[in-house]
Design a binder for this molecule. Sequence first.
Ligand code: SF4
Ligand code: SF4
Ligand code: SF4
Length: 156
Amino acid sequence: MGTINALTIYKDLPKLNCKKCGMLCMPFAVELMKKTKSLEDCPPLMEPKYASNLEKLRALLKPMEDATDTGIVLNEDVCDGCGVCVIACPVNSRFSPECLSGKAPQVPVPEDIIYVLEDGRCRIKSISQCRRYVPPKTNCRICEIFCPRYAIEIKV
Ligand code: SF4
Ligand code: SF4
Ligand code: SF4
């Protein structure tokens, strides 16, 4: 699976800039990426003449269905529970300094911790403080880069 960006989405929109979705086509592509709009919000795209565009866009956006609001997809079947993401994510360290020294988050686990291990697998506990989400947003990809099993993918 590759990275999805607004330009790739835009390419297959009707590009009429008719604002029937409430905005121009490019901002609409961005909203699709953020999952705040759906393909059905573009009436022209539902017309038969755009059927192949619709099909392509549905296939393109499919991986986003399982993604967090910040575009993270965690494949629990591939994860081997190594815990690298737990100690590498800067948000985990911020809310539980134990992670900075390579340990599991303190107990009870703070509410805003992102990655935790449960039953030998990684789980996303909360995404509300992810640096990709909280202003000033950054293009943080630390968890994706450091996961040795490629179990974490950031789709946007
Ligand atoms: S409704 Fe569709 S074609 Fe019209 S501006 Fe929005 S995205 Fe573009
Ligand atoms: S993108 Fe950055 S802040 Fe967000 S979960 Fe991954 S490592 Fe943590
Ligand atoms: S770094 Fe990857 S393999 Fe290791 S626990 Fe996290 S998701 Fe699983």
